[in-house]
Design a protein around this ligand. Sequence first.
Ligand SMILES: CC(C)(COP(=O)(O)OP(=O)(O)OC[C@H]1O[C@@H](n2cnc3c(N)ncnc32)[C@H](O)[C@@H]1OP(=O)(O)O)[C@@H](O)C(=O)NCCC(=O)NCCS
Length: 159
Amino acid sequence: MATAPQHLPTPTLSLRAMREDDLPGVAAAERDSYAFPWSEGVFRDCLRAGYICRVAEIDHRLVGYGILSVGAGEAHILNVCVRAEYRCRGLGRRLVTGMFDLGRAYGASDLFLEVRPSNATAIRLYQSLGLAQVGLRRGYYQAADGREDAIVMRLRLAP
Ligand SMILES: CC(C)(COP(=O)(O)OP(=O)(O)OC[C@H]1O[C@@H](n2cnc3c(N)ncnc32)[C@H](O)[C@@H]1OP(=O)(O)O)[C@@H](O)C(=O)NCCC(=O)NCCS
């Protein structure tokens, strides 16, 4: 007799405050994910500056992280990343929407981020979440052959 397919439960992604002892793991994931990664020291500076720094975990394993700054009613996603082996299963979407929730909780009415035009995956994700391009910063990023522009995207958080 055929048995019903067994569906594994979707893993629960939890966001918690980043700590100093997370930094080596975060920096290792960063190096694996970006051609021009932030150093561990940059993440330490974000913690010390009081930015909203979160690690995303599944069963206490670090699967990603996000850094948000909020001021003057504006939230800015400074970094968001899912470790390569955990991508394409909806975790990035949940991490980014978690950053939206944090922005709202900290009183922001608008959220901004920058993304490389070459980062089609991230742009598609952001567009599907309602972010739209509002500007372009020329030569904003370091690139292998010089500089790369940044697309500036915005989402209205407040109704
Ligand atoms: C961008 C990033 C966070 C997405 O994380 P993720 O866990 O793979 O994202 P999700 O699985 O939630 O995918 C969300 C959407 O992204 C897009 N996407 C994800 N993987 C993709 C792929 N391999 N190809 C094309 N689109 C893809 C899809 O639009 C997807 O929507 P869907 O769920 O309706 O299919 C991840 O690729 C990453 O960490 N990249 C390296 C760091 C980085 O570039 N950060 C962004 C800097 S601005």
